[in-house]
Design a binder for this molecule. Structure first.
Ligand code: NAD
Length: 501
């Protein structure tokens, strides 16, 4: 980590906030501060944008050949492997993840850098020739970097979400300013250090640590920024879209989800099938204490299976071992902050007041930190806030259905549309239901995996645009059509002419 409090990087220089303000970073396991970072503001943001602008307009990176850009991304991947333990442990402490999750995150970040390196290298230069229907016309579509990218990221997967933006932005030849979540900025600072170590030209990567309503809002509205890519909650996302509107910059939004996990009884007709579906429902809802945009927080289960399934799920939820993510045997860390804990408590209280039946968890364990016990709420329905809104905590609601149509209708009855799953042993049903679900990712007999090669993003209020895959790369580029007339002559659309003869 760079010198304490010098976590702002502008145009090749690490520095403190111009105001001198700092922020303590809290360890959510025991609610104590363990690091101090610079709390940047609008002036720091303007400096960072100016540096990124100069680096884009006059610097080397946008003019670096694709193969060299790819080589740099691959060097970053190697550095991530070298520092896997250090970064994984830092992510674990900052975001309250288990060490194993922190390590997996670093591996996924490495894979994102490798994927975008491959993508940009394999597409070849020269653009796409278009047949204009005439030998006298040469027409080609090329893709160019958008320009200065503002990248705003959340606290639940700080490094992973940063990599899904930084890797394609750099692969395309852009420069950027990143603003990580103010409560989990540490690994993003380290990632910028690795980019510099890998040889990225100064000014191409800039970071401002600081709050959303100043640094983030300024980035979104800044007239010198060409694109804002935001991952976070629905409320902040709509503010970003509004701020960006005046300067008509490109906007990509990756927002929340309220993700259905639909289980048909036929998936559980064997003991192995039952065990797998229960195990994965547990994983879907409670990994990283449910602080996952694609968490399977709505179990939608065929009515006759409900009691047996919920009983086993609740038994296992009670056994999940909470604690510090680096301690042996710990399976789940705390929530990230006091605010997130209070929010989770409020949702559970409202659900119980609205008639939900508590089957597991329901409150905090004894001791310090922001822990909340994995919670299963049975007898839920669409009228309840806890079913409609994103809790972002370890809270699973249970609804039931009797027919396939009812299952699909329930799964689609959300303003979001990020991800969902269907569990069934009937191949035809699996394909039918997958085709009908209005969600950006649909899993059949699985939950949570994603691939860097496949687009990630949401329908409805889960966002605008996509990350990962060729579609995610396209967000960071402008298409330019170059139309060349090889035999120019007058058009004669208008009557008057200056031509002689
Ligand atoms: P958040 O919206 O509170 O903050 C996200 C980021 O936006 C932070 O860096 C924050 O400082 C900044 N921000 C806040 N207000 C802003 C403003 N007015 N202008 C510009 N920036 C602003 O979200 P969070 O609590 O950090 O993260 C949790 C949310 O992120 C959840 O809703 C989750 O579903 C979502 N998320 C979505 C995905 C996805 O891929 N769709 C992935 C991870 C998280």
């Amino acid at each position: 980590m760079t010198a304490a409090q010098q976590t702002i990087h502008v145009g090749g220089e690490w520095r403190a906030a111009l105001s001198g303000t700092t922020r303590e970073i809290i360890d959510p396991v025991d609610a104590t501060p363990f690091e101090v970072v610079a709390e940047g503001g609008v002036a720091d943001t303007d400096d960072a944008v100016a540096a990124a602008r100069a680096a884009f307009d006059f610097g080397a990176w946008p003019r670096t050949p694709a193969a060299e850009r790819a080589a740099l991304l691959r060097r970053v991947a190697v550095l991530l492997e070298r520092d896997r333990e250090r970064i994984g442990a830092l992510e674990s402490r900052d975001a309250g993840k288990t060490l194993q999750e922190g390590r997996v995150d670093v591996d996924c970040v490495r894979d994102a850098f490798r994927y975008f390196a491959d993508l940009v290298e394999n597409e070849g230069g020269g653009g796409r020739a278009v047949d204009a229907g005439s030998d006298e016309i040469r027409s080609v579509v090329v893709h160019e970097p958008v320009g200065v990218c503002a990248l705003i990221t959340p606290w639940n997967y700080p490094l992973l979400q940063a990599s899904w933006k930084i890797a394609p932005a750099l692969a395309a030849g852009n420069t950027f300013v990143i603003k990580p979540s103010e409560i989990t900025p540490l690994t993003t600072v380290v990632l910028v250090e690795l980019l510099l170590e890998a040889g990225l030209p100064l000014g191409a990567a800039n970071i401002v640590t600081g709050p959303g309503d100043t640094v983030g809002a300024r980035l979104a509205e800044h007239p010198q920024v060409d694109l804002v890519s935001f991952t976070g909650g629905l409320i902040s996302g709509t503010k970003v879209a509004r701020s960006a509107a005046d300067s008509v910059k490109k906007v990509a939004l990756e927002l929340g989800g309220k993700n259905p996990n639909v289980v048909f009884a036929d998936a559980c007709s064997t003991p192995e099938g039952f065990d797998t579906a229960v195990d994965q429902a547990l994983n879907a809802a409670f990994i990283h204490s449910g602080q996952v945009c694609s968490a399977g927080s709505r179990l939608i289960i065929e009515e006759p299976l409900r009691d047996r399934f919920v009983a086993e799920l609740s038994r296992r939820a009670e056994l999940i071992r909470l604690g510090r993510g680096t301690d042996a045997g710990v399976e789940c860390g705390p929530l990230v902050s006091a605010a997130q804990l209070a929010r989770t408590e409020a949702y559970v209280a409202s659900a119980l007041a609205e008639g939900a039946a508590l089957r597991a968890g329901g409150g905090r364990p004894a001791g310090p930190g922001y822990f909340f016990r994995p919670t299963v709420l049975d007898r839920c329905h669409r009228g309840m806030r806890v079913v409609r809104e994103e809790v972002f905590g370890p809270v699973l609601t249970v609804e039931t259905f009797r027919t396939e149509e009812e299952a699909v209708a329930l799964a689609n009855d959300t303003e979001y549309g990020l991800a969902g799953a269907v569990w069934t042993s009937d191949e035809h049903r699996a394909r039918r239901v997958a085709g009908l679900l209005r969600h950006g990712t649909v899993w059949i007999n699985d939950f949570h995996p994603y691939l860097p090669q496949a687009e990630w993003g949401g329908f409805g209020k889960s966002g605008i645009g996509r990350e990962l895959g060729p579609g995610g790369f396209a967000e960071y580029r402008e298409a330019k059509h170059i139309y060349q007339n090889l035999a120019p002559r007058p058009v004669r659309w208008f009557a008057g002419t200056t031509a002689k003869g």
